[in-house]
Ligand binder design. Structure first.
Ligand SMILES: NC(=O)c1ccc[n+]([C@@H]2O[C@H](COP(=O)([O-])OP(=O)(O)OC[C@H]3O[C@@H](n4cnc5c(N)ncnc54)[C@H](OP(=O)(O)O)[C@@H]3O)[C@@H](O)[C@H]2O)c1
Length: 409
């Protein structure tokens, strides 16, 4: 769910694509390594059926929407069937085949069954898949359902799809419209799907660094204590950010200092927990155990998480880990919760522990993505300057693009 204050949001030009984009966001955080997609079927009689991607191995958005359309047609058919019961109480052949919302009550049905999907337009945020993964190709189901026209907001860069979904639909005689990549709907989808698009085009997950700091930029007291710098609303927001991430990373220093659990504790509880990753060793008694222990070059760490199907990873510190990720240029989004508080001295832990730039001319500058207030705290979100956008919590900001995916369906 989008939850943060948002900067300049992109709006989908077509209301149905807008509905599909909203539906997609409801699935965010539950579909990895698959993309979170939304679909809307608009029947010839104007009825609208919406779908969003289900967890891996379950239905894709298009199938959810088509199932809803076909189930609704069946209900209409039942109403009409009353008109076609013969004297013996059996449903006549015509009536059994009758359908459509406009069938006048009381008249024997004479038309063959018309599913609400038949002749419909399907609006979908991402190009439908045309290959068999954990589920059958969506294209075949769209063709079989009798959809007449498909409007696609964004082509899927996944090598298993990459235009083949659109080609297959066109070959089957369906009118396919692909939105311009520079248009509002495509940009809104690219923004929301930034982690997926990055993963599919680079093999790397989208990396979000999250820190809670005082206004003087300190993340822990000299004795190592840091609980709690920010208030409840900011902490809840941070839990939501965790829930949208496939892995959470901290350094062994943070495990020693804070003994964190690194679980998502939101109400309602999430359907899955992110993979917990510790850089360095995890003491057996640590609350985060069992966790995946990783070490060495941070780019290799991130590459490995990408191979494991992680689309978004959340780096939660501490100071040395934050410094090293930043210095390696691996961060796509900086999320900093700032408390109206000051440690007031240089002995408290800084946000980044390690050498920084030597002069003002080389200072790192980011692009402000959003600023918002959460209780007494302020949430600031930054993107590396020059990068085209995307948003860790799904709110609409423009996004980078997304290669491989033997895991993808
Ligand atoms: N306010 C906040 O948002 C926030 C968030 C997190 C933490 N904190 C605070 O930050 C402090 C901890 O920060 P910190 O800088 O001391 O520690 P840290 O960054 O959490 O962890 C650093 C340690 O992690 C291990 N490590 C890091 N990168 C590694 C790599 N690539 N390969 C192998 N091991 C690696 C090393 O462990 P070894 O030393 O075992 O070799 C290193 O000393 C605590 O006081 C904590 O409360 C605050």
């Amino acid at each position: 769910m989008p939850h943060a204050p948002v900067g300049s949001g992109e709006q989908a030009a077509d209301p149905y694509l807008g509905m599909a984009i909203e539906a997609a966001e409801t699935a965010r955080g539950r579909t990895s390594p698959n993309p979170w997609v939304g679909a809307v079927v608009v029947a010839v009689d104007g009825r609208v059926f919406t779908g969003a991607t289900e967890p891996p191995g379950e239905r894709h958005a298009e199938i959810v929407a088509l199932d809803a359309a076909e189930a609704a047609s069946a209900i209409t058919t039942t109403t009409t069937m009353i008109t076609g019961v013969d004297a013996a109480g059996a449903v006549t052949a015509d009536a059994a085949e009758a359908g459509g919302a406009s069938e006048p009550a009381g008249e024997p049905a004479t038309r063959p069954t018309v599913s609400a999907a038949e002749g419909s337009t399907l609006y979908v945020t991402l190009e439908p898949c045309s290959h068999t993964g954990r589920t059958p190709p969506c294209t075949e189901r769209i063709i079989a359902a009798g959809v007449r026209r498909v409007v696609v907001a964004l082509a899927d860069p996944d090598p298993h799809v990459a235009g083949s979904g659109i080609r297959r639909l066109k070959e089957a005689g369906i009118a396919v419209e692909l939105e311009k990549p520079t248009g509002a709907p495509a940009r809104a989808v690219a923004s929301g799907l930034a982690p997926y698009l990055k993963h599919r085009t680079t093999g790397l997950p989208w990396v979000v660094l999250k820190l809670a700091a005082t206004l003087d930029g300190r993340i822990a007291a000299p004795d190592g204590s840091s609980r709690w710098i920010t208030g409840e609303e900011a902490r809840l927001d941070a839990h939501r950010l965790r829930a949208l991430s496939d892995a959470v990373i901290v350094g062994a220093g943070t495990v020693r200092a804070d003994d964190p659990e690194l679980t998502v504790r939101t109400d309602p509880s999430p359907s899955r927990q992110p993979l917990r990753v510790v850089l360095g060793r995890v003491p057996e008694s640590a609350r985060v155990a069992p966790a995946l222990e990783m070490q060495g070059d941070l780019r290799e760490v991130i590459e490995e998480l990408g191979r494991r199907g992680c689309l978004q990873v959340l780096v939660e510190g501490g100071a040395r880990v934050a410094h090293d990720f930043h210095a390696a240029g691996l961060i796509d989004r900086y999320v900093v919760y700032l408390a109206p508080a000051l440690f007031g001295g240089s002995d408290a832990k800084p946000m980044f522990d390690g050498p920084g730039v030597g002069s003002i001319g080389s200072v790192w500058r980011g692009r402000l993505v959003s600023v918002g207030r959460l209780g007494d705290d302020v949430k600031v979100e930054l993107a590396p300057e020059g990068e085209s956008a995307g948003h860790p919590d799904g709110s609409s900001q423009g996004g980078p693009l997304g290669v491989r995916s033997e895991d993808a369906v």
